[in-house]
Design a protein around this ligand. Structure first.
Ligand code: ZN
Length: 201
């Protein structure tokens, strides 16, 4: 017990000496853990990659998380989070949705950012780009979705200009658009402010 405390103190000291506290670890899963228990076909699984990302949280501390996404967008995700860290756009957490057993509503309620999810579009059987790891939802509580007069997650609100909130002029939106991602904020059926997708075949 004593020895491990000394070791901890040493590690803390080294981290401090290196210029700051160690990042808060939000997610450090294996690929299998990130994929979860859902029956995902091999043809999809083989294209998914688990990307380690860093971001500043709303607590003003550096965090470490993971995004499970399609291999075709790994570079986009890495470059996006490099930007997110640099401009200190706050992200609540970036954790594969398997943490919530694939439940979008539970992940949204936790304000979590994620890519791959084995689910269709809301309220329909239409496949979502999340199923191919070609979609990304960012800070859903700050950037809720509006559908037929309802808001998702249910108690969220869009407060323009608030930290972590997206807008037409925000660097995150402009970066993703430049890389060919579409933003869901202005869709007709649902205004999905948290949602981006890159429709690659
Ligand atoms: Zn989405």
């Amino acid at each position: 017990m004593k020895r491990s405390l000394v070791a901890l103190a040493l590690v803390a000291g080294i981290c401090h000496a290196m210029g700051g506290a160690a990042p808060v670890v939000d997610s450090r899963m294996t690929f299998e853990e990130a994929l979860g228990d859902r029956m995902v076909p091999d043809s999809i699984q083989s294209r998914l990659r688990l990307v380690a990302v860093r971001y500043w949280g709303f607590d003003d501390r550096l965090h470490e998380g993971q995004i499970l996404c399609n291999q075709a967008v790994v570079e986009d995700i890495e470059d996006l989070f490099e930007l997110i860290e640099k401009i200190r756009f706050p992200v609540r957490s970036a954790i594969p949705i398997s943490r919530w057993n694939g439940s979008d509503s539970a992940s949204m309620a936790a304000d979590n950012t994620y890519g791959f999810a084995w689910r269709g579009m809301w309220g329909s059987s239409v496949p979502s780009w999340h199923m191919k790891g070609l979609a990304l939802d960012i800070n859903p509580r700050e950037n809720p979705a509006f559908k037929k007069g309802r808001v998702f997650p249910p108690d969220a609100a869009l407060v323009p200009g608030a930290p972590g909130t997206l807008s037409d002029t925000s660097a995150v939106v402009r970066f993703l658009k430049k890389r060919g991602w579409k933003w869901g904020a202005r869709w007709r059926r649902v205004q999905d402010w948290q949602h981006f997708e890159k429709p690659l075949r």
